[in-house]
Design a protein around this ligand. Structure first.
Ligand code: ATP
Length: 203
């Protein structure tokens, strides 16, 4: 049996990443800064967020964009494609089960944005999710103060708010902006070039 105290702390950051942007980069940088013992984050692109509906780019394009995105980090940011390969909605509870089996020596920190904090109690088996992670690290996008979710009740202590800079960018907004102009500044230059080359988000 592995002793909990020697497990390797590892972040898990899931999302559509269509496209990845400076908000996502800010989350990763804040996490590595505030959890210096954590040397690796698993980036888990989803096929279809059950609460969001369809996405627009192919899994191949998402993976290629993420490879460009992670090349900017000195830390270990590892892209895992398990949700892209799985049929049906990408439920986090299932991903955590699979990762728990594949990496029994790890202890997981789940990274989410504040919008997912406010609907966390609607996630499938959300209490089970809380049982399989050490902490849920929440990043603010627009809130100056720490938001509340009264639905979480006594398990609120499982959530930690990070001191991230507010970068109120979203992929939805970027997709719309790319449809209008190719001069978008919400993504790094290498990604902008890729999006241009592949003609993504053209309307
Ligand atoms: P979309 O606009 O398509 O919904 P998004 O910009 O919210 O996408 P996702 O890939 O869905 O990006 O986000 C992955 C995770 O990152 C989610 O938990 C989301 O809340 C969080 N997140 C995304 N953008 C930001 C941001 N600018 N600041 C803080 N958290 C963010």
């Amino acid at each position: 049996m592995t002793n909990d105290s020697v497990k390797i702390p590892t972040g898990i950051f899931g999302g559509s990443f269509d496209p990845p942007h400076f908000g996502h980069a800010g989350i990763l940088r804040s996490f590595f800064r505030e959890f210096p013992d954590c040397k690796e984050v698993f980036l888990v692109p989803n096929l279809q967020n059950p609460l969001k509906g369809e996405k627009t780019s192919s899994p191949e394009a998402i993976l290629e964009m993420l490879q460009l995105f992670v090349s900017e980090f000195e830390e270990n940011v590892t892209i895992l494609d398990l949700e892209l390969k799985r049929e049906g909605p990408s439920y986090t509870v299932r991903t955590l089960e699979e990762l728990g089996s594949s990496y029994p020596e790890r202890e997981f920190y789940l990274l989410i944005g504040e919008d997912n904090y406010s609907n966390f109690h609607e996630w499938k088996d959300w209490k089970k999710i809380l049982g399989s992670v050490k902490t849920v690290c929440v990043f603010r996008r627009t809130s100056e103060t720490i938001p509340e979710n009264p639905e979480l009740g006594e398990v609120s202590s499982k959530f930690t708010f990070l001191n991230n800079p507010l970068l109120p960018v979203s992929s939805t907004e970027l997709r719309r902006e790319f449809g209008i102009s190719r001069e978008n500044r919400g993504v790094p230059a290498n990604l902008r070039n890729y999006i241009e080359k592949k003609g993504l988000y053209r309307t």
